[in-house]
Design a protein around this ligand. Structure first.
Ligand code: GLY
Length: 615
């Protein structure tokens, strides 16, 4: 089946849903706005992102079908791969104007806040892994943290008597004011630019302001997620005031919200970004924006106080480091479980035998079996041991090569493991975003940041055009978990912006992905594809992926042949297909690889609206 056929088939599902919902629009409840008039000026115009130089387009305007081709880009000087072409372009422009990789990364982050608003933004937080041309490594933690008044009784939880699983009553950890953590993105970008950038923060914010004011065409991933968010757009008027069409236009078009292909201007977010541009981090954490964030959060049950915002700090941390096949792997430390789990997985696979894995062949029955078994073992440890404040000694023990040998010895080729522990993060989010910036001198910045679920908590500070995260859902609802709410300042993350270096310390790869706990196995598979199988960046990003965890349910993209899946079932695997050949829940990886000829190869995942540019 050609790529084109595959994409058409996956797309048809999407349009059926879109068509049904448009037809039903007149039956849907009217949206109540927080303000009488929407602040986005309406001028009806439709289009798609089109690269001026090459004519490449993100999607088909008529059908909304994503273009699976042309996502990667190679260049001699620098490459940027990001969640939207608009944001990748913003980063590239900063590099071309003389900014360094950190300036470009901050520009990408602010532009993502505008153009990929369902996944990330200034209302969220994340991590930045950096390598400078002189070989210095740094890691910035700007994860959202719990408000001071949050304790173990923050939410009522119930336990299912049959499964033993805990859940939060009314889903209060997923939406509304008690789902929100203090956002870290602005503190993180301000810190990064001040310490490692070469331009003022204001320059990194400007491209995002331009996108807000001049508008951009909404990409298919944002368009479809706006459509899915309808019930919550109705329930949260401040959210509605950002994305609903003016009444006249809604009547004319038979739908209430902006959709794929619409030119969208976010004059509300321009206001927030200008505060940041003029006042730096204080423009966000103090004054009118602090006030608006507290008011909005507490209106929906939150317990925020000014000091939660005023005292928020991004901080430098020591990233975790491991080795795989002679290469050095550098990734997120706590409060992310990501780096630790990726290194543990690589250790187990190396102990199992990389020659054997190579002989089995990429995505063969045996290869997938071994990966799945390793994933079960590592995710069991993750749920048993990892929280934002797990002791260093325990983290080190998990990444110990001897321990990996023991775990590898448990993997049998004729049967499946049944892990004892169960992963509290069995679900995948389609949220989050990851991007990479790299230049020819070896300056690399890899960032993964998020507002957690699509459109986060659905709470928006009134009149500022962005959503606050629902990162508190990353705490485990099981009060006995090390990652239970009230036990650590940060909820445990899986975000894993990762840098891989060659044996001589020169850069090889930067890679990251969204996808909740699936981030770990998406990044793992890219490392295996490139290091073990020698694939190029874009080739690796496009491979069909699998995922497993402590719940022992092997998920797979349906491009993996059915006979492979049948053989895995015969071995004892419980399997569940992802929803298609290219499933956006299986990760959405952006990376840059330093090719042997010295050029930079940017890779961007066709599963969402991602794009790489290079020069
Ligand atoms: N909320 C996604 C993560 O932190 O892993």
């Amino acid at each position: 089946m050609s790529k084109k056929d595959i994409s058409r088939r996956s797309f048809l599902k999407g349009t059926a849903a879109a068509g049904a919902s448009l037809a039903a629009a007149s039956l849907l409840p009217r949206i109540t706005m927080a303000e009488d008039e929407p602040t986005s000026e309406f001028k009806w115009e439709r289009g798609v992102f089109t690269d001026e130089e090459t004519g490449w387009q993100l999607c088909d305007l008529e059908t909304g079908e994503l273009n699976l081709e042309g996502r990667g880009a190679n260049g001699a000087n620098a490459a940027v791969a990001a969640g939207t072409p608009w944001a990748a372009k913003a980063g590239l422009d900063v590099l071309k104007k003389g900014g360094n990789a950190v300036d470009a990364a901050a520009a990408v982050a602010f532009a993502i806040s505008v153009t990929e608003p369902q996944a990330s933004g200034i209302g969220g937080g994340g991590f930045m892994t950096m390598r400078a041309a002189d070989g210095t490594i740094n890691f910035i933690n700007f994860r959202e943290c719990a408000p001071e008044l949050c304790d173990q009784s923050f939410w009522p939880v119930v336990q299912d008597p049959e499964t033993g699983r805990y859940s939060v009553v009314g889903g209060a950890n997923g939406k509304g004011g008690r789902a929100i953590g203090v956002p870290g993105t602005v503190a993180g970008m301000a810190y990064a630019v001040e310490k490692f950038g070469s331009l003022p923060l204001a320059d990194a914010v400007q491209p995002a302001i331009d996108l807000c004011e001049n508008g951009f065409y909404i990409g298919p991933t944002t368009g479809v997620s706006l459509e899915s968010a309808y019930t919550n757009i109705v329930a949260y008027p401040e959210f509605a005031s950002i994305y609903t069409l003016p009444e006249e236009a809604a009547d004319e078009l038979g739908r209430f919200t902006y959709f794929t292909g619409d030119l969208f201007k976010n004059t509300q977010q321009a206001k927030a970004l200008k505060l940041i541009q003029e006042q730096g981090r204080d423009g966000f954490y103090k004054g009118e924006l602090q006030d608006a964030m507290i008011k909005a959060s507490n209106k929906y049950g939150g317990v925020f106080q000014p000091k939660d915002f005023e005292e928020y700090e991004a901080d430098l941390r020591e990233p975790v480091q491991g080795t795989f096949m002679g290469k050095t792997v550098i990734s997120s430390p706590l409060p992310s479980s990501g780096g630790t789990c990726i290194i543990q997985l690589l250790n187990v696979l190396e102990a199992f035998g990389v020659d054997k894995l190579k002989e089995y062949g990429h995505n063969s029955v045996e290869y997938i079996h071994v990966l799945s078994e390793a994933m079960k073992l590592v995710y069991s440890d993750r749920s048993k041991y990892l929280a934002a404040n797990t002791e260093d000694a325990l983290v080190k023990a998990l990444m110990d090569k001897e321990y990996a040998k023991y775990l590898a010895s448990l993997i049998k080729m004729d049967s499946c493991l049944t892990p004892e522990a169960h992963d509290p993060f069995q679900y995948e989010h389609q949220d989050t975003t990851s991007f990479a910036v790299a230049d020819k001198d070896g300056n690399i910045v890899c960032v993964t940041f998020t507002i957690n679920g699509y459109f986060g908590s659905y709470v928006a500070p009134d009149g500022y055009g962005f959503l606050l995260n629902n990162e508190m859902a990353d705490y485990d609802s099981n009060p006995n978990s090390p990652n239970a709410i009230g036990k650590a300042k940060y909820p445990l993350s899986s975000m894993s912006p990762t840098i891989v270096l060659n044996e001589d310390g020169s850069p090889f790869l930067a890679i990251g992905s969204p996808g909740g706990a699936t981030i770990i196995v998406a990044v793992l598979q890219i490392i295996l594809d490139t290091v073990l199988f020698g694939m190029d960046m874009q080739e690796a990003v496009e491979q069909p992926r699998i995922a497993d965890n402590a719940s022992a349910n092997l998920r797979y993209e349906t491009r993996i042949p059915q006979e492979t899946i049948d053989a895995l079932v015969a071995l004892g695997h419980k399997v569940t297909p992802y929803s298609g050949d290219w499933d956006r829940s299986s990760g959405s990886c952006q990376g840059v690889l330093y090719a042997a000829d010295g050029t930079l190869h940017g890779g961007a995942d066709p599963r969402r609206d991602n794009k790489a540019f290079a020069f």
